[in-house]
Design a protein around this ligand. Structure first.
Ligand code: AMP
Ligand code: MN
Ligand code: MN
Ligand code: MN
Length: 277
């Protein structure tokens, strides 16, 4: 049986392992079809693809795009994209271009509650300063003893409405969809269970995604609880979405689940990868 893990991160964005190390970990975890989906950046694709090939794992080029929809942040995964597509490359560069200034603003916001030097501290955890993310701040704050875990950091400091939260405009949904589809890829709504939407907002979001050519949604992800697997399986049935599965692995000891370890998709759902491989 196919063990597909189509969502995870490397040091190219906010993961802790280099792309080839993530490949080795996926393979060790039993993954047979893999995609590395760094945030707003394709820089790890070649290394990931070559490592997957060397290990005999099927591979899909991937990316996770940060989007602002109706004033809220959502993530759209693009699978089986052409990593050489110029419009996609340019769109991702524009999407990530505000990260450095936002990182500085997060540092200032944390300084106001007495946490000094967090931006400089977080930079030590980043490969490329242009890719600085809240995850890097979270790792720094855990190591400095401000919280027990990275998820604690989000509840106390970095989540929406918390003292270190700095609002940000990412890409438009229509643009992200255009870039993914223009690069021959399939767009997937990432971890819908993480969005704090009302039922009316969810309906509007799903309708707009479909209108823009979206067909797939993550059902079984490391960002969902088992109850949410069931909830979004039901959404997939109701909207006729293809279903995806991915750990959203970032680092050992962070997050709920390791590469390849999620339960399978409910058998009646159509896996997104059946159209892609
Ligand atoms: P950013 O793109 O800089 O806003 O950072 C978002 C990243 O923070 C996500 O991709 C996750 O890796 C991480 N993240 C978001 N919410 C949480 C949470 N509640 N617990 C742990 N990590 C989180
Ligand atoms: Mn992340
Ligand atoms: Mn995400
Ligand atoms: Mn992710």
């Amino acid at each position: 049986m196919m063990n597909a893990d189509l969502h995870c991160h490397s040091t190219v964005s906010d993961g802790h392992l280099a792309p080839a190390e993530v490949a080795a970990r996926a393979h060790a975890g039993g993954v047979t079809l893999w995609s590395l989906t760094d945030h707003d950046q394709l820089g790890g694709q070649r290394e990931a693809r070559e490592a997957a090939q060397a290990l005999g794992m099927a591979y899909l080029d991937g990316v996770e795009i940060s989007v602002t929809w109706a004033g809220r942040t959502v993530h759209i995964v693009g699978l089986n994209v052409d990593a050489e597509n110029q419009a996609l490359i340019d769109g991702l560069a524009a999407t990530r271009s505000g990260r450095q200034a936002r990182g500085e603003a997060i540092g200032e916001a944390l300084a106001e509650i007495g946490i000094q030097g967090a931006y400089e501290g977080a930079l030590h955890y980043v490969n490329d300063p242009a890719m600085i993310s809240r995850t890097h701040f979270a790792r720094y704050l855990v190591d400095k003893g401000y919280a027990e875990s990275t998820s604690d950091v989000f509840s106390k400091y970095l989540g929406d409405g918390k003292p270190g939260y700095v609002g940000h405009r990412w890409s438009k949904l229509a643009d992200a969809m255009k870039w993914i589809k223009g690069a021959g890829g399939e767009a997937v709504i990432a971890h819908p269970g993480r969005y704090d939407f009302s039922p009316v907002e969810f309906a509007a979001f799903f309708d707009e995604f479909i209108q823009l050519g979206g067909r797939a949604i993550e059902v079984v992800t490391g960002s969902h609880t088992p109850d949410q697997y069931r909830e979004y399986a039901e959404v997939a049935r109701r909207y006729g979405f293809l279903a995806s599965r991915g750990s959203d692995f970032h680092a050992a000891g962070e997050g709920r689940i390791d590469l390849g370890q999620l339960p399978p998709l409910p058998a009646d759902l159509k896996p997104v990868w059946e159209c892609l491989v």
